[in-house]
Write a protein that binds this ligand. Structure first.
Ligand SMILES: Nc1nc2c(ncn2[C@@H]2O[C@H](COP(=O)(O)OP(=O)(O)OP(=O)(O)O)[C@@H](O)[C@H]2O)c(=O)[nH]1
Ligand SMILES: [Mg+2]
Length: 286
């Protein structure tokens, strides 16, 4: 039996995050909520969403290039308003740009009707750490003004970035939602690298991920690691370590290293396009 997967949250973090979001919301006309297309529910922001209930919102399912296309289409059918996005594909940038243009035109018409002066349209980019908020801003502004990086917590402070189409986007640090972590949510957040590594045990995350793969996508293991007849997560991690040269003298396998290889393989798409959450499984479970 694997021990439960747990995340060590900082107390007080959430209250500060809420205060920041409230402050930022008062500055903008629109919320662009970025989620990860591989886990659109785990990477949602239910608590924080309720703070901005009265603001217009666009949901962007980012990193679609890493998710299973067929599954993403199902999510799109459930959330027809959501924009499926990949920072790596120009087509999806155009779709988001068009959406912003439409909303901008509506705002302008409304301001003119109410005889209000014109000003730039403003949007707040909101989402869990590492979902790709800054990358989206850079894609839209065709610049690299927003700092991006493969670890969570890259954006530290607020930054306004202007787009050629009259919008100003407010980049913000990613926000975690500890209250919302139930079932596999914490594990999925760790896998998509939305949680700082010091807050959880990476080897345990890898073992839980292997258990999930065995139950949901066993072919991934044979395709990537050429392993097909092991059905115990720890034995599987050891075998991955053996195949990837994570060995110490005496044939001892460094499973902590093997865990990092597995996590990196998933995050960089080497396990193929893989969606962690699938609408059907959610329906079956409820
Ligand atoms: N494959 C893929 N990678 C992406 C995509 N969007 C962003 N990334 C990568 O994901 C990582 C995180 O991107 P950021 O834009 O820094 O994420 P963020 O949400 O601003 O993160 P914080 O500032 O830490 O909250 C970077 O390594 C990006 O290159 C995408 O659509 N596809
Ligand atoms: Mg950022």
């Amino acid at each position: 039996m694997l021990p439960d997967f747990k995340i060590q949250w900082y107390p007080g973090h959430m209250a500060k995050a809420k205060r920041n979001i409230k402050e930022n919301l008062s500055l903008v006309d629109l919320i662009i909520e970025v989620r990860d297309a591989r886990a659109p529910l785990a990477s949602a922001n239910p608590t924080l969403s309720s703070l901005g209930e009265h603001k217009k919102r666009i949901i962007v399912l980012n990193k679609a290039d890493l998710a299973d296309d067929a599954v993403t289409q199902k999510w799109q059918a459930l959330f027809p308003e959501a924009i499926v996005f990949s920072g790596k594909e120009t087509q999806s940038i155009k779709i988001l740009q068009k959406k912003l243009d439409q909303i901008g035109q509506k705002l302008k018409a409304d301001w003119l009707q109410r005889e209000k002066g014109l000003r730039p349209y403003r949007a707040l980019i909101l989402g869990m750490p590492n979902v790709g908020k800054s990358t989206i801003i850079n894609a839209l502004s065709r610049s690299s003004k927003a700092k991006t990086g493969e670890k969570p917590g890259v954006t530290r402070g607020k930054q306004w970035i202007s787009l050629p189409n009259g919008w100003q986007l407010l980049d913000t640090p990613g926000v975690m939602v500890p209250e919302a972590v139930i079932g596999n949510t914490g594990l999925f957040l760790a896998l998509i690298n939305a949680i700082e590594e010091k807050l959880y045990d990476e080897e345990l995350a890898a073992l839980h991920f292997l258990k999930w793969l065995l139950e949901n996508k066993p072919q991934t293991l044979s395709e990537r690691y050429k392993i097909s007849n092991i059905d115990d997560p720890l034995a599987l991690l050891e075998e991955i370590g053996r195949k990837r040269g994570c060995l110490r003298s005496g044939g001892y396998v460094e499973t902590s290293k093997a865990a990092l290889i597995l996590l990196r393989d998933f995050r960089e798409g080497h396990l193929g396009r893989l969606s962690l959450e699938i609408p059907e499984t959610l329906v079956e479970r409820s």
